[in-house]
Design a protein around this ligand. Structure first.
Ligand code: NAP
Length: 460
């Protein structure tokens, strides 16, 4: 009988990534009946993944799960190792040598491309970059977004697209007291954008945004939502979709869209146009983006499976900046199988597989397991399921004692990696809150790893 998971031989688990799925995996492990020691590896010096760098700054309530993550992080069985990139600073093989199980919870770090001519013109961006930039993520801090034009286009109609439209359409006063990065607030304060177009390839019944997020576009201080009533006409299959009681969320969004279309003529400084059944065919301009070529679509297929088909009718829309908001995409980690087509780590019930074979001791959860869908809470059930697979495997995992992070200390030191502990992070956190207080913000984030490490050094 294996004694793995007992006080004599605790299960040593590494979690790679410190976003929601990573913390929910840690929670499930720590709440299990086994004795478990969890080490969480994070490439940034700060934890919390997209809750810190993805959730919009003007949505503080959505950041509340951080309180739960803080409690998990303060457990004596938990250790945070920030500023360590798995696959670069330490290899997956080295991790496997120190842990009985490794759970990859590293999210979807890149974005999907449109694959159309002109996509790489200056002025054409991934929405995910803009989101990282206004949230002070160190990878995106130095990007330049030229908002000196009057028209911005956002391709896609998910909640990220709504976030981007809202941030572009809000006044500085609406953003000033959020935790938006200071550099972003400065650029947004100079923005000349007056018209923002959020363009979907399918119809109003298929839009992915949720009604709560959509409704906010009608509650902005100096922006009107614009919708042409004709755009809300539905084909029979779409009517059937909205009548389906499982589709209540979409019918609520449709009601919000109807209310937008019925509003009186716009009077505000900015306008957010919501348009359907159009796909970008090409981006054009001399040296930089000047216009987007759009093709009109129609819908084909059975209810709930309708796809956009081009009609051949083409129009051009002049714009100075465009954000493709068509989904995040997972990135491969050296030493871990990867499904390049789907952008996920292939798995069966959270057990990583290589071809048909399960790779013993390697697990996956969150967006890098199932793709970039669902809200923060969706990751909880996902991580509970992965941890259930891991715990079911316990009798079959090699039971020899493992060192955990202790076995990596010398190695990381030799590689001059300054590991950021949870106590270190708490100092950075407190410094951010202090910096923000002066400006009436919940925090002013450090936007470079060097800036964060300096806080730690200064406190020593
Ligand atoms: P998403 O919800 O999957 O939306 C992606 C959008 O891109 C859809 O409208 C999709 O249209 C469109 N699209 C995909 N490929 C396209 C193409 N080639 N050309 C044109 N359009 C294309 O993704 P997301 O907005 O990135 O959000 C990711 C997840 O995070 C979602 O689950 C979202 O709800 C969540 N999130 C939640 C919040 C919040 O709760 N406030 C905020 C942000 C994000 P089709 O439907 O036709 O594919």
């Amino acid at each position: 009988m294996s004694n793995l998971g007992t006080a004599q031989n605790p299960l040593r688990a590494a979690i790679v990534g410190s976003g929601p799925s990573g913390f929910y995996a840690a929670e499930a492990l720590l709440e299990s009946k086994q004795t478990v020691l969890v080490d969480m590896f994070e490439r940034l010096a700060s934890p919390f993944g997209l809750v810190r760098s993805g959730v919009a700054p003007d949505h503080p309530k959505l950041k509340e799960p951080i309180r739960v993550y803080q409690q998990i992080a303060e457990s004596p069985q938990f250790r945070f190792l920030g500023n360590v990139t798995v696959g670069r600073d330490i290899s997956v093989e080295e991790l496997k040598g120190c842990y009985h199980a490794v759970i990859f919870a590293c999210g979807a770090e890149t974005d999907r491309k449109l694959g159309i001519p002109g996509e790489h013109l200056a002025g054409s961006h991934a929405a995910t970059e803009f989101v990282g930039w206004y949230n002070g993520h160190p990878d995106y801090r130095d990007l330049v977004f030229d908002l000196s034009h009057e028209t911005a286009v956002v391709i896609g109609q998910g909640n990220v697209a709504v976030d981007v439209c809202r941030i572009l359409c809000k006044t500085v006063d609406e953003l000033r007291h959020t935790d938006i990065a200071g550099h972003a607030l400065e650029v947004l304060a100079q923005s000349r954008i007056r018209d923002v177009y959020m363009i979907g390839r399918r119809g109003p019944a298929q839009a992915k945004f949720t009604h709560q997020e959509l409704r906010e576009l009608g509650e902005l201080a100096d922006c009107d939502p614009i919708l042409v009533a004709d755009d809300l006409e539905l084909n029979p299959a779409s009517r059937e979709e909205l009548a389906d009681r499982h589709n209540r969320a979409s019918s609520k969004s449709y009601e919000v869209l109807q209310a937008f279309a019925a509003r009186p003529a716009p009077t505000r400084h900015r306008r957010c146009h919501i348009q359907f059944l159009k796909s970008p065919k090409a981006l054009k301009g001399e040296g930089r983006l000047e216009r987007v070529v759009l093709v009109r679509n129609c819908l084909e297929g059975e209810p709930s499976q309708q796809v956009a088909r081009e009609t051949g009718e083409v129009e051009e829309l002049a714009c100075g900046v465009l954000f493709r908001s068509i989904g995040y995409r997972g990135a491969a980690i050296p030493g871990v199988p990867f499904d390049d087509r789907r952008g996920v780590i292939p798995n069966q019930d959270g057990r990583i597989i290589d071809g048909q074979n399960v790779v013993p001791g390697l697990y996956v959860t969150g967006w890098i397991k199932r793709g970039p869908t669902g809200i923060i809470g969706t990751n909880r059930a996902d991580s509970v399921a992965t941890v259930a697979s891991l715990l079911a495997d316990l009798p079959h995992l090699p039971a020899g004692a493992k060192s955990g992070a202790g076995g990596l200390t010398a190695l990381l030191q030799n590689r001059t990696v300054r590991v950021v502990s949870y106590a270190d992070w708490q100092k950075i956190d407190a410094a951010e809150v202090r910096r923000g207080a002066a400006a009436g913000k919940p925090r002013e984030k450090f936007t470079s790893v060097e800036g964060m490490l300096k806080v730690i050094v200064d406190s020593e």
